[in-house]
Design a protein around this ligand. Structure first.
Ligand code: NAP
Ligand code: ZN
Ligand code: ZN
Length: 351
């Protein structure tokens, strides 16, 4: 069985460290590839530090994966050795339930197989391991094509931060002329700002960091509101069609529901360790407003998003780090000190 060097958390309290993992020999429909770059999502941190229920250690995080194909199975049609390839948050699903039939594999009724920390159907008794590793083997139907005109390292974050913001903006009809808010300028948030701007929305960024005002505008926000400033927030009352909230920590949602128009929606993307305080009901009743959630995006929509990014020259703003700096990157992420996604250069990982 092929082995791969990887960075793993052995428990919720142990720092990520070098380890060796088993990868399966590619089957008939599998694509094996060398991981060249892997983005660092806040979900990696939540998971490696045991902040969500039901985590099985060791955890090898990483679901923003781009690389070069090294081997394909006999029945693989779309990829050959030497091609660029990418994998996001899922590596499989049941393929037959109503959600899978609609291309919504992330809502598979039997449970999607996530790229890390899901039971591995190919290696019974083991869990899936993510992209903080040299090599990965994935079913062809879950492997994405990478636009060749984009910077490869800056493409990696599209596989989670990109699709997770693209999908709800599409679903809730964020089109030209709509007033759309993005809350939090981190990995997801900066992609949300870029997409809302590219879709022609009147785009506002809400940030807790006054130091991010200029960047917010450069990335495509028509205006930037410091959400701690109540007077500034009040000016926007009742004016938004849609607000996408990417904040990674528990906070008061009422400050955003009151900014929605009649029938407006606040969509939550953040999955904080501790729950948000229960929101007030009255702003929801008066105005038929809703609070919703959204999880990543399906495989076909992820390919659509990558193609859209290729066409419009959209990538993530990144800071490249070696694998050995991952714990430092997590600490900076906790302080909101990321511009705007860390990406690991896997050439730094030596077994
Ligand atoms: P990130 O890069 O760390 O960005 C989070 C941003 O939230 C920060 O940059 C900061 O922006 C804002 N923030 C405000 N108060 C904060 C606080 N007390 N602690 C942390 N952040 C605070 O994280 P990310 O990778 O974008 O992920 C954001 C959240 O989405 C995480 O919970 C992650 O697990 C989740 N996620 C969900 C999905 C999904 O499918 N729904 C997919 C991926 C990730 P400002 O400085 O601008 O305020
Ligand atoms: Zn992610
Ligand atoms: Zn399914």
């Amino acid at each position: 069985m092929p082995k791969s060097p990887a960075y793993a958390a052995q428990s919720a309290t142990s720092p990520l460290a070098l380890s060796t993992i088993d990868r399966r020999e590619p089957g008939a429909t599998d694509v094996q590839f060398e991981v060249l770059f892997c983005g660092v999502c806040h979900s990696d941190l939540h998971m490696a530090r045991g902040q969500w229920p039901g985590i099985t250690f060791p955890v090898v995080p990483g679901h923003e994966i781009v690389g070069r194909v090294t081997k394909v199975g006999a029945e693989v049609k779309g990829f050959k050795a030497g091609d660029l390839a990418a994998v996001g948050c899922m590596v499989d699903s049941c393929r037959s339930c109503p959600s899978c039939a609609k291309g919504l594999e992330q809502y598979c009724e039997k449970g999607s197989t996530f790229t890390y920390n899901s039971p591995d159907v190919h290696m019974p008794g083991k869990m899936t391991y993510g992209g903080y590793s040299k090599s990965i083997t994935v079913e062809e139907r879950f492997v994405l094509r990478v636009p060749t005109n984009l910077n490869l390292a800056a493409t990696a974050p599209l596989l989670c931060a990109g699709i997770t913001t693209y999908s709800p903006l599409k679903h809730w009809g964020a089109t030209k002329g709509k007033k759309v808010g993005i809350v939090g300028l981190g990995g997801l948030g900066h992609m949300g700002v870029k997409f809302a701007h590219a879709f022609g929305c009147q785009t506002a960024l809400f940030t807790t960091s006054a130091s991010k005002i200029e960047d917010g505008k450069r990335l495509g926000a028509d205006e930037v509101v410091v959400s701690k400033n109540e007077a500034e927030m009040r000016k926007h009352a009742g004016s938004f069609d849609f607000i996408l909230n990417t904040v990674a920590a528990a906070h008061n949602l009422d400050q955003f529901t009151g900014l929605l128009r009649v029938d407006g929606a606040l969509c939550l993307l953040g999955a904080p360790e501790h729950p948000h305080p229960s929101p007030s009901i009255f702003p929801l009743l008066f105005g038929r407003r809703s609070i919703a959630g959204s999880l990543i995006g399906g495989i076909a929509e992820t390919q659509e998003m990558l193609d859209f990014c290729g066409k419009h020259g959209i990538v993530s703003d990144i800071e490249i780090i070696p694998m050995q700096k991952i714990e430092e990157a997590y600490e900076r992420m906790l302080k909101g000190d990321v511009k705007y996604r860390f990406v690991i250069d896997m050439a730094s990982l030596k077994g």
